[in-house]
Design a binder for this molecule. Structure first.
Ligand code: HEM
Length: 504
């Protein structure tokens, strides 16, 4: 009996000591508080969303100290909120090394999905650094920053309007779920404009058409962002005993193969027609053919470009329609500003010359940034952030753009309010405000510094066109039966939002 209890004690001891080690916040940096470990468990155990958790357990500490220690993705990290701290992190890349999932959580399903898997040499434009990153950027940047053919986006947007019209016609008074439709729409824009695959793009916009790439991605997302695995990616190592994780890995392989086959065909029409120097797929393929990229690097970059290029604009559209549905007075004002424009041909419109439309989009991006939290910097040597915060080597550091974009010092006491006017009333004022807020890292939705988003212009163009067309066609509101809540983990956005569209 005594022997048994000694063994039991030893086992408990052996289990508890490492757990205590993992769950106890690190002592350094001493200057900032930590969010208790159990807060991480809340979305796993209860029906709470990320916004509630932020407001209740994180906001006060974060705004008071400018940074906190937070348990996330299986480890303690520093989350920085104060803009000047973020500026410093972005500028001093030699100390705060860009470090993607392949280094941070190498065996996770997420690393696998975003094309960072450690088992073979590779990485992607978002997670690489130094020479490798410069090489990817030379290949990819011209494919993303070319002049976009607006006709293709306008065409997809008209189809989107028709889809909403038809779906609403079938379920009068009931809200329609918008996320899947917008996923098709942003995929179609990316395929048509960036990858030069108009046929696949057109299939995406036809709701009767089951596009395997789309359905695989949808199913995959259901498996990917489960709170327990986001917080404890170590569980992803147990794919052999957790069937859902094994399934997630299978779906990732399937998605990746499909994407490559669709976007980078190794034979067929596109090759016969010769390669297009501005088509991203062609650029990646020729870099692979001449040996600049190996097969793994081709796959990794393609995956991340498709996901970043499609998912982020989709999330922004979902959140913007949600915010405008919730704030009908702003939606109405926006409509007033654009409804009387006599436009014979939408292609001729200078999309930048609609100040209130631009201000509304920036305000949506500020309040609900698609990438609300990003932890991907590894501290390469002992550092002193802001001249006072001593950070040990090996720490992971990141930022919470949801918090910084609402910083009361930068944005004033009404930082949480949806107020497009804060950006200014003319194009010039808005551009100036936008540039200065980005330069000071007060607006961090598109990251910043040398690693700022390369798809920003394309994303904003899609947003301008879609909001313009939809606001002239409908008045929409939140479905009163939909529970107004955000996602519990992963990208922060209204969860399964449903809208009621009324034809004008
Ligand atoms: C509203 C839409 C978008 C938002 C909010 C957004 C946000 C971001 C953020 C936060 C980063 C930094 C990521 C990191 O460091 O881990 C980033 C990087 C990047 N984004 Fe976007 N993005 C959007 C749309 C797009 C689109 C449409 C594309 C491509 C078609 C794109 C391509 C990229 C690339 C290539 C990078 C890496 C830049 C580098 O490190 O050199 N993004 N984006």
């Amino acid at each position: 009996m005594i022997m048994m209890s000694t063994w039991a004690c030893l086992i408990i001891f052996a289990l508890i000591i490492p757990l205590l080690f993992v769950f106890t916040p690190p002592r350094h940096p001493r200057e900032i508080p930590s969010v208790p470990f159990w807060v991480t468990l809340l979305p796993v155990l209860f029906d709470v969303d990320q916004q509630q958790i932020f407001e209740q357990y994180i906001a006060t500490r974060l705004y008071r100290h400018g940074a906190i220690k937070l348990f996330f993705a299986g480890q303690w990290n520093i989350i920085v909120e104060r803009p000047e701290f973020i500026s410093e992190v972005l500028k001093r890349e030699q100390i705060y090394n860009k470090s993607g999932n392949q280094k941070k959580i190498p065996h996770s399903v997420l690393a696998d999905f975003l094309g960072d898997h450690v088992l073979a040499a590779g990485s992607n434009i978002i997670s690489a650094r130094g020479e490798e990153w410069r090489c990817y950027r030379t290949i990819i940047k011209p494919g993303l920053q070319k002049v976009i053919d607006t006709k293709r986006i306008i065409d997809n947007t008209r189809k989107l309007r028709e889809t909403f019209r038809q779906m609403q016609g079938k379920s009068i008074q009931k809200g329609i779920p918008i996320q899947e439709i917008l996923q098709r729409y942003s995929s179609a824009n990316l395929l048509c404009c960036i990858f030069d695959c108009p046929e696949l793009g057109s299939q995406m916009m036809s709701m009767e058409h089951d596009v395997l790439l789309h359905t695989t991605q949808l199913t995959l997302k259901r498996y990917l962002f489960r709170p327990i695995f986001m917080n404890f990616p170590v569980l992803d190592r147990l794919a052999s005993v957790i069937p859902s994780r094994a399934k997630a890995r299978r779906l990732i392989r399937q998605f990746s193969e499909l994407l490559q086959a669709e976007v980078i065909p190794s034979s067929g029409k596109k090759l016969q027609n010769g390669e297009n120097a501005n088509c991203l797929g062609d650029r990646l393929r020729s870099a692979w053919r001449d040996g600049t990229l190996n097969t793994k690097q081709l796959r990794d970059n393609l995956n991340v470009l498709y996901v970043a290029g499609q998912e982020n604009p989709q999330l922004l559209m979902v959140s913007s329609l949600y915010l405008l549905g919730k704030h009908s007075e702003i939606q109405e004002y926006l409509r007033e500003k654009i409804k009387d424009l006599s436009i014979s041909n939408l292609d001729d419109l200078d999309w930048r010359s609609l100040p209130y439309l631009t201000a509304t989009i920036l305000e949506c991006l500020r309040l609900l940034p698609p990438i609300s939290q990003l932890v991907n910097r590894h501290v390469a040597e002992p550092a002193c952030l802001g001249g006072r915060m001593h950070i040990p080597r090996g720490t992971y550091i990141g930022y919470n753009s949801y918090a910084t974009n609402r910083d009361p010092v930068a944005w004033g006491p009404d930082a949480n309010d949806f107020r497009p006017e804060r950006w200014g009333s003319t194009d010039e004022q808005i551009s100036r405000k936008y540039r200065s807020a980005k330069a000071r890292a007060e607006f961090i939705s598109f990251h910043g510094g040398s690693r700022a988003c390369l798809g920003e212009k394309f994303a904003l163009l899609q947003m301008r066109i879609s909001l313009f067309v939809l606001a002239r066609a409908f008045r929409w509101e939140l479905d009163p039966e939909w529970k107004d809540q955000m996602t519990p983990a992963g990208p922060l956005h209204p969860r399964g939002v449903r809208l009621v569209f009324k034809k004008l």
